[in-house]
Design a protein around this ligand. Structure first.
Ligand code: UN1
Length: 512
């Protein structure tokens, strides 16, 4: 039995593997089949059916009916349900982490890490369920009280990507649930089985607690299924993670009907390495950032902006580190780098390497697709590094794979910041420095323009406690920690008059 996958699927209740039928949680889909192949070994793991327009209608009605029940449950009690869901995540961490690793291709450690993010956000949400605070204000009118409260929005649509097939869903749903919303989730069609596994866990917890499954709904399929939600007025908020191209479409469709969207789109994340950087830390941060998850995180390090005085030293240390990388089966914990998600992604990676050379870049760590034993899926590639200039078209573009661009800056940190901010995306950024002035400049109003700005840490691996997301083409949305919950609720300002007079605001006199 390969890597214990069959057992993991059984523990997760993902049924009927490879017999051509659905895999559980199947009330939501009756359309064409979606096959899920593992990039690890190219094997067919299972099939699910796609959601049709009729299925979608049923799903939204089920979700709307569930909302009527769920919204009246006190929020701390909803938190208690999230706690129970979290107990199940803790119990099933290993099989779910394994399925994530096998279906998506990230290392088992990172698969477990992703489930850990789910556990952490659920803990956060449980605490939050007692802290959905609004403010109270002093009314300008005598005998009046004014305060604000937050009410749930209704049906929240979640569109997530293959690269974090479970964590990003939970960032949205754990918060939305305690806020009193119900969720309809369209996971990536590249990772449908992890979606089914999560839906099964949620459905079981809701059923065991006498609650309708419609609090959590799953729809499956490609962008056309996502469009059913983005165009649907019954879905007041759509939270979407994915490419900038996808985000533009979502924002336009949701905006057209004046809905809300929360967008977490591409990044083009850089680490600035100053003359005061700790080289050892820089190497760890940069290499993990560039090759971790095979460069398929939104927060992956795409660019290194190195001061000329440090350039040769840092370049040498990083090129040496790349020589130590072991590429192969991500379920084997000795490997650092697993496969890309599919062959289209391999093609994008190859095109990027070709393009950077055409534009004048110089490859300093050769890439290439691996062949032979262990690499049968055709999705394993060598992490590559190119010396390039920031203005190259390919450098401006996010390639979802292990391609790192190195460039030099001279003079002060403001020159590095100009390069760093000189892209259309604005997700994550980092500076490696022991110089207080440089670090503070980087964090200042004149510094990084990204949603995430780290000092002496790489660009990837954010904790759930902070708000996650970024500016410019990254879409402006914030998910996960801090006060990101507010976007899942509608704010109401309430003013109560406890007198027998009716004074008007702004001192207006209106005598009858
Ligand atoms: C993503 O790639 O969409 O900060 C999410 C990180 C992870 C989440 C990445 N905690 O790298």
């Amino acid at each position: 039995e390969k890597f214990g996958i069959t057992q993991a699927l059984e523990e997760l209740g993902v049924k009927n593997i490879n017999n051509g039928t659905s895999t559980g949680a199947d009330w939501f889909s009756s359309g064409g089949e979606i096959e899920s192949y593992s990039p690890v070994d190219g094997a067919l793991i299972g099939k699910v059916k796609a959601t049709t327009a009729e299925d979608y209608e049923k799903v939204v009605q089920t979700a709307e009916a569930a909302f009527k029940i769920w919204r009246t449950m006190p929020s701390p009690q909803r938190g208690e349900i999230v706690r129970k869901f979290n107990d199940e995540l803790r119990r099933l961490k290993a099989p779910l982490g394994k399925l994530v690793s096998y279906e998506m291709g990230k290392s088992y450690q990172e698969g477990l890490g992703e489930v850990q993010e789910m556990i952490d956000i659920c803990d956060f949400a449980v605490g939050l369920s007692r802290q959905l605070h609004g403010l109270t204000m002093h009314s300008e009118r005598p005998g009046h009280r004014m305060y604000e409260q937050y009410h749930p929005l209704g049906v929240v649509g979640v569109i997530s990507a293959f690269n974090f097939p479970v964590a990003v869903w939970s960032w949205n749903t754990a918060l939305a649930w305690v806020c009193g919303d119900v969720c309809v989730w369209k996971g990536s069609e590249k990772t449908p089985l992890t979606s089914v596994a999560c839906q099964n866990i949620a459905a079981r917890v809701f059923a065991e607690n006498g609650l309708p499954e419609g609090i959590s709904c799953l729809i499956t399929g490609d962008y056309t299924v996502g469009e059913m939600m983005t165009k649907d007025k019954r879905v007041p908020l759509v939270s979407a993670t994915g490419s900038i191209r996808m985000g533009r479409k979502v924002a336009a469709a949701v905006g057209e009907r004046l809905g809300k969207s929360l967008l977490e789109l591409g990044g083009n994340n850089a680490i600035i390495v100053t003359p005061d950087a700790d080289v050892k830390m820089t190497v760890i941060g940069a290499v993990f950032g560039a090759v971790g998850t095979a460069g398929q995180r939104c927060t992956s390090t795409r660019r290194l902006i190195i001061h000329e005085s440090m350039y040769d030293k840092v370049k040498g240390a990083i090129v040496d580190a790349y020589k130590q990388l072991r590429i192969g089966n991500p379920l084997d914990e000795n490997n650092h780098v697993g496969p890309l998600i599919d062959k289209d992604s391999v093609k994008n990676y190859q095109d990027a390497l070709k393009k950077v050379v055409e534009e004048g870049g110089k490859i300093i760590v050769e890439g290439g697709v691996l062949e032979g034993e262990g690499y049968e899926s055709g999705c394993y590639v060598k992490p590559a590094i190119a010396e390039a200039e920031n203005h190259y078209e390919i450098v401006q573009h996010e390639t979802f794979g292990p391609v790192l661009y190195m460039m030099k800056y001279s003079g002060g940190v403001e020159n590095a910041l100009e390069l760093q901010n000189g892209v259309t995306q604005g997700l994550s950024s980092a500076i490696m420095t022991n110089n207080l002035r440089e670090a503070e400049k980087f964090l200042s109003v004149e510094g990084s323009d990204c949603g995430i700005a780290n000092v002496n840490i790489g660009t990837s691996g954010a904790e759930i406690g902070g708000a996650f997301g970024g500016e410019k083409d990254t879409g402006g949305g914030r998910e996960s920690g801090s006060d990101a919950w507010k976007v899942y609720m509608r704010r109401q300002t309430n003013t109560i008059n406890y007198t027998t007079e009716l004074p008007l605001a702004q001192g207006i006199k209106f005598d009858l």
